[in-house]
Ligand binder design. Structure first.
Ligand SMILES: NC(=O)c1ccc[n+]([C@@H]2O[C@H](COP(=O)([O-])OP(=O)(O)OC[C@H]3O[C@@H](n4cnc5c(N)ncnc54)[C@H](OP(=O)(O)O)[C@@H]3O)[C@@H](O)[C@H]2O)c1
Length: 246
């Protein structure tokens, strides 16, 4: 499909969720800008449908400014690579990189910022099993700081908190909770990508923090499940299985 002047930044496009986001956006009319830290990823990201690619390290605020320039929307799927920093902390992209992007987005007049956080962050902590929570506690704290910065930024936002991520195909049946102590379980990255991409075009998702798991991935009793009528039309993807039912 031909691209419009409306540009969306996929931050962390070279990662596993980011690639799924590119796949979802492929049939949209948006101009898609992808980030990676490695020049070696550029050809593949082009093949996956990115119209523009920026090689950036988002620990650098100048790189964040370059990445968001001219973008109406930001879909942020950044994450710390596996390793001890999830436990011991230090400089984490989940805090520093995301906050650099939020700050740059404010300066660039971005309309809507979608942040992939996690069930386990902030008031959803009780919905992640304690052993897992302890192992990634530094990342959870970093994401909580980034969530707070985004809520205070004045930007339109959607914070999407997925459960454990899988690489399964999209289920199309996503359960959404709101309020923190809502859902436990897992969800395919492909489902998360659909929700993230639809959020800027879904007025009822604006300025909300939403927990998400797939219906199949739900573990334990759900609470405060909400219905969100995601606007998939703009993305050009089929909608029947994407409608969310409480
Ligand atoms: N794993 C789970 O079960 C789970 C559950 C809930 C939430 N989450 C969260 O979901 C998000 C996505 O996870 P994922 O596993 O799909 O992603 P991933 O494959 O780990 O990808 C992370 C992305 O972040 C980029 N990145 C890391 N540091 C960067 C930096 N300094 N500057 C610029 N880019 C940087 C990576 O770029 P490069 O490719 O260049 O390294 C990559 O594109 C993460 O925030 C994760 O914490 C994960």
């Amino acid at each position: 499909m031909a691209s419009t002047d409306e540009r969306v930044l996929v931050a962390g496009a070279s990662g596993d969720t980011g690639r799924e986001v590119l796949a979802v956006l492929r049939s949209s009319d948006l101009t898609v800008r992808a980030t990676t830290r490695s020049h070696a990823d550029v050809d593949e990201l082009e093949r996956l449908g990115a119209d523009e690619i920026v090689v950036v390290n988002l620990f650098e605020s100048a790189d964040a400014v370059r990445a968001v320039e001219g973008c109406a929307f930001v879909l942020c799927a950044l994450g710390t690579p596996p390793g001890p920093r999830h436990l011991v902390g230090g400089k984490l992209v989940d805090r520093t990189g995301v906050i650099n992007l939020v700050t740059a987005a404010v300066g660039a007049d971005v309309d809507h910022f979608v942040f992939e956080s996690a069930i386990g962050v902030g008031n959803s902590s009780g919905r992640m099993a304690l052993p897992g929570r302890l192992l990634v506690r530094a990342t959870l704290n970093a994401k909580q700081d980034a969530e707070t910065a985004l809520r205070r930024s004045g930007l339109g936002y959607t914070i999407v908190r997925p459960g454990k991520l899988t690489n399964d195909p999209p289920s199309g049946e996503v359960l959404v909770g709101e309020g923190g102590d809502t859902l436990s379980g897992s969800i395919p990255r492909a489902d998360v990508a659909r929700v993230m991409a639809a959020a800027p075009f879904t007025p009822e998702a604006r300025n909300r923090t939403l927990e998400v798991v797939s219906r199949d991935g739900l573990r334990g009793p759900p609470r405060n499940v909400v219905a969100v009528d995601w606007n998939y039309d703009r993305l050009g993807i089929e909608t029947e299985r994407g409608r969310l039912e409480p």
